[in-house]
Design a protein around this ligand. Structure first.
Ligand code: ASP
Length: 597
């Protein structure tokens, strides 16, 4: 990074230029700079200091013959002290040029210096970024961690993404409108964070899981195009790199169908990527219907950077003598496989794959290599020559191809093969590291059967519109006007066209077991609003932290957030969550009971 892109500073008592601006056009000028001592080296006579501000580093030279009192001070300076210095910019001697630094051909010969703030010895080195500093430590001293170049770049990229979003959506007529943080529960499927009301003891606000209901109200209100970069709160177990408070890019549009929303959103994505140096997109992005995606990849978040597609084999072995396949199929299960290509794989790896499949929940895994018309496999003897040849053909197996087959309930076969596909893709180097693959998953099921609660749950949320022909008597068949955007196998965002007809909304709520009374109590305000002239509308929300993480190729979304929580959900910096005093509890009308009671 360099100060080139930074606006000229208005001079004040501390400085008149950025460190990163000490470049050719400043040679022979007197400048005043301010910042942190990045590094200090005492070279016999001369003292060298790398001074750091937000725009980068520049070398200062303290010389006993020129620097006067500043030279004395230079001996007392310590890493991370804050100073202001004045001096003359000179070109460095060729042999002392530092090609790593944008300012590396220049230095400031100091003639005045002042220490503005002293620094205690930092608990870790600022300059050497890497995993060697434990995350707990980094978060405990986040303000020091954020001084590291990599973190500064992450926060700058995040700003760049937000700005590009605002530029693009502003240009498309969207208004950025805030919605309340203290409100009622939004049914996004997670647990709420609750805030007790002092003025109404016993009553609680819920922090928003998303602005879903408010953005719909904004459409009823006639704003037509809304967006917000907004904090959302979901009290979930902190698996899979999540944050209890995270940021969404949330948007909603009126008078649109699915294609309008997808079109706007892929242009948004392309514009943002162009602005911040993300991957170039070829539009339109592929659209994959949910059922097809599950058939071909076993998951609704397919990584399309490589093939290795799942292949449906059930019909080929429906009549087989092989009991494992037959019983599975008779019990309503499926037989699916994949062709991992012609390759030699040692027995130990094959055993490892079987173990992995079992770990993932499959009863077993059949492996085979195509050999002539048949298979080299412990399973070959149970299958007829016709079956083997049909399987080879369906799997597109070339001579020597490694074939993996799972017979199980469809969900299990899909999820196990989907995971094996990813692991094999990695193991066999099938993923081109430079490739980027985006797709929309469309035509989602409207509901999923919740076996524990013995009821239908919405696949997205209860305000998602069903596709035409919705029959409340056959919830399992209903399709939703919903879509998710998937990037290299990760969900980036999702949304839907909403229900704008209050009667239909009522029917959908009933289907998921929310009766009229409960509906009125929980979101009566939305149902009521729909009765006052609701336009057809739809939208989407993205996990913005995840976007930035992917653009940065960061390991964790925590690396994209200035002050994140640790994986445990706690904040090592502030100590949150923390107990509160009795007086505060009393004011809220609360009493604590011991956990578990
Ligand atoms: N409110 C949804 C969510 O947070 C997104 C949407 O449907 O727009 O996932």
């Amino acid at each position: 990074m360099s100060g080139r892109g930074f606006p000229a500073l208005r001079a004040n008592e501390y400085r008149d230029a950025w460190c990163g601006q000490v470049l050719a056009d400043r040679v022979d000028f007197e400048l005043r700079l301010a910042g942190w001592i990045h590094r200090r080296r005492d070279h016999g006579g001369l003292v060298f200091v790398d001074l750091r501000d937000r725009t980068g580093l520049v070398q200062l030279v303290f010389d006993p013959d020129e620097s006067g009192a500043a030279f004395e001070l230079s001996h007392q300076l310590r890493a991370e002290d804050v100073i202001s210095v004045a001096g003359r910019v000179v070109r460095r001697a060729p042999e002392t040029v530092n090609p790593e630094l944008p300012t590396g051909e220049f230095e400031l010969r100091v003639d005045e210096a002042e220490r503005l703030g002293g620094a205690a010895t930092p608990p870790f080195e600022i300059e050497a970024y890497s995993g060697e500093v434990g995350e707990e430590m980094r978060l405990r001293y986040r303000y020091l961690d954020l001084r590291r170049e990599r973190m500064r770049e992450a926060i700058e990229l995040r700003h760049g993404v937000a700005k590009a979003i605002r530029d693009f959506l502003g240009g498309e007529g969207f208004l950025e409108i805030e919605t309340p943080m203290l409100s009622r529960s939004t049914p996004e499927g997670a647990r709420d964070f609750l805030v007790p009301s002092r003025r109404e003891p016993g009553s609680f606000y819920a922090l928003p899981q998303s602005p879903q209901l408010f953005k719909q109200l904004l459409m009823v209100a006639g704003f037509e195009r809304y967006f917000q970069i907004v904090r959302c709160f979901r009290d979930e177990d902190q698996r899979a790199d999540r944050q209890p408070d995270f940021t969404q890019l949330d948007l909603e549009m009126s008078f649109v169908g699915v294609e309008d929303v997808l079109d706007l959103n892929e242009r948004l994505l392309a514009a943002v990527f162009e602005a911040v140096g993300g991957p170039a997109l070829e539009l339109p992005l592929p659209r994959l219907p949910y059922d097809e995606t599950l058939t071909r990849y076993g998951t609704d978040r397919p990584d399309l950077r490589f093939g290795l597609e799942l292949v449906e084999l059930t019909d080929l072995v429906a009549e087989t003598e092989f009991k494992v396949f037959r019983r599975t199929i008779e019990g309503g299960g499926v037989v699916k496989g994949l062709n991992a290509g012609a390759r030699e794989v040692p027995r130990s790896v094959l055993d490892g794959l079987i173990e992995r499949a079992q770990e993932l929940g499959a009863k077993g895994l059949v492996w085979a290599f195509r050999e002539g018309e048949g298979w080299r496999s412990p399973t070959a003897k149970f299958l007829s020559a016709e079956e083997l040849s049909a399987l080879n053909e369906r799997l597109g197996a070339e001579e020597g191809a490694l074939l993996l087959v799972v017979a199980d309930r469809a969900e299990v076969a899909n999820s196990v093969l989907a995971q094996l596909r990813l692991e094999l893709g990695e193991r066999f180097g099938l993923v081109d590291p430079g490739a980027e693959a985006f797709c929309w998953i469309t035509e989602w099921p409207m509901f999923g059967w919740n076996e524990d609660e013995r009821r239908w749950d919405p696949h997205h949320h209860p305000f998602t519109a069903p596709a035409e022909g919705f029959d409340p008597e056959r919830p399992g068949e209903a399709r939703a006007l919903a879509y998710d955007l998937v990037w290299n196998g990760q969900e980036l965002g999702g949304g839907s066209i909403r229900i704008s007809d209050p009667e239909l909304q009522q029917r959908v709520l009933e289907t998921i077991g929310i009766g009229a009374e409960e509906a009125r109590d929980r979101f009566g305000f939305l149902l009521e609003a729909l009765r006052y002239g609701a336009p057809p509308h739809g939208g989407i929300a993205y996990g913005l932290d995840r976007w930035v993480q992917r653009l940065l190729h960061a390991d964790s979304i925590r690396d994209t957030i200035a002050f994140p929580k640790a994986a445990s959900g706690a904040d090592p910096l502030t100590g949150a969550p923390a107990p509160v005093g009795e007086a505060q509890l009393r004011e809220l009308g609360l009493a604590l009971r011991s956990p578990g009671r």
